[in-house]
Each structure stands twice: as structure tokens, then as C-alpha cells.
Design a protein around this ligand. Structure first.
Ligand SMILES: [Zn+2]
Ligand SMILES: [Zn+2]
Length: 197
């Protein structure tokens, strides 16, 4: 048996090496681990799946709430990943009565485009803007596109979020979303969109 100090050192080295893995490599190794190891497979099953009936949902696909002030929801900015949501408000789904169907626990929200935990989803979990942020040319007062390049670039959006304004609320992309809602996996049919191919 190795001495405890050596075990600690090996564990630290391994932890550091895992921390340096690229995302695709990590996914690939996790898949291999689950193929080879029953305990790992059960661990990931327990972490990554939930019963459909344990997933809280909005009772009706109504229009989301508009928030008049960004400060109102300032303590609810994350997606509920850490800690317990205040009021999950579970709503049973009529068509799945009786059966315990499992489903993936983590998925992407089509509105805020962030990953969320479907079990921790609440009506205040998601904040987003329903329009694209447009460049505010007045804010780039000394910017000549012939000399300095285009105003609307990923770099400028990151460096000067206050120079990009959302049509939906006239706020800048520095501010939080003007709509507070549940994270959503799919578009609601009530939203204006083209359903056909
Ligand atoms: Zn907005
Ligand atoms: Zn969301």
C-alpha cells in the first residue's frame, strides 16, 4: 500500500490533468469509462437522468412575465444550478400518468442558450431578451469603420456591451434580460414562429 502522502500527490496530479482536458476528450473518456465500468455507468445514470414526473413545468404555455426593472430579479440571476429553488411549483403532466419515464436532467434553454437543470427550473430561472442586440452607432462616436473596422464584431460586443441595444426593451447588452420565465427546451406554439420546414 502506498503511503498516504503519495496517494494524495497522485490524486492531485490526476485532478490537475483532468482539469486540463479538452471538452471533446473529456466526453470521449467519460463514454469509455461508462462502457467499461458498471459503477461509473450507474453513477452517471443517477446524475444525468430524472423521472419525467419529477420535472416542474409551467402550467400553461402563456406569455412570459416582463420585468419592469432589472434590479427586481437581481438575486435570481443564475439557473438554479447551486442550492434549492425557492418555489419549484411542480405541475403534473396529464399524458404521463402512471409511468415513470426517465429523461435527461440537463439540457439547453432555447431562450437564454444556457444549460439548465430541469429539476431546478422555476418561473424565475431564465432571463433573456427576445430581440437581438443592435449596434448603437452613436455610442461609437469616434469609430470610423473604414479605419477601425466594423463596429458589430464579437470582440466589440464583449468589450463594449453598453454600445449594443436590444429593441425589445432599449436596454444595453450589459443589462439582464427583460423577460423572466422558465427555461424552455422547445419553442412554445403560442410564440410567433414558422412551424413548417
Ligand atoms: Zn430586452
Ligand atoms: Zn433560459
Amino acid at each position: 500500500m502506498a503511503d498516504p502522502a503519495g496517494v494524495d500527490e497522485n490524486a492531485t496530479q490526476l485532478s490537475n490533468a483532468i482539469g486540463r482536458l479538452s471538452w471533446p476528450k473529456l466526453v470521449q473518456m467519460t463514454r469509455i469509462l461508462c462502457q467499461k465500468n458498471d459503477a461509473a455507468r450507474e453513477f452517471y445514470r443517477g446524475k444525468l437522468f430524472v423521472n419525467e414526473e419529477d420535472v416542474p413545468r409551467p402550467s400553461t404555455p402563456r406569455s412570459p412575465d416582463r420585468t419592469p426593472s432589472p434590479s427586481e430579479a437581481s438575486d435570481e440571476g443564475d439557473d438554479g444550478e447551486e442550492g434549492n429553488p425557492p418555489n419549484p411549483q411542480p405541475v403534473p403532466i396529464p399524458q404521463t400518468t402512471g409511468s415513470k419515464r426517465s429523461r435527461p436532467r440537463y439540457t439547453l434553454c432555447i431562450n437564454c442558450e444556457r444549460e439548465f437543470d430541469v429539476v431546478a427550473n422555476t418561473k424565475k430561472s431564465c432571463q433573456y431578451h427576445w430581440s437581438e442586440a443592435e449596434v448603437d452607432e452613436d455610442a461609437f462616436a469616434d469609430h470610423d469603420e473604414c479605419t477601425h473596422g466594423p463596429m458589430d464584431t464579437e470582440d466589440n460586443r464583449a468589450a463594449y456591451p453598453e454600445n449594443f441595444i436590444y429593441d425589445c426593451c432599449d436596454r444595453t447588452s450589459d443589462d439582464k434580460g427583460c423577460v423572466t420565465d422558465w427555461h424552455r427546451e422547445t419553442r412554445e406554439p403560442t410564440k410567433r414562429q414558422k412551424m413548417g420546414p
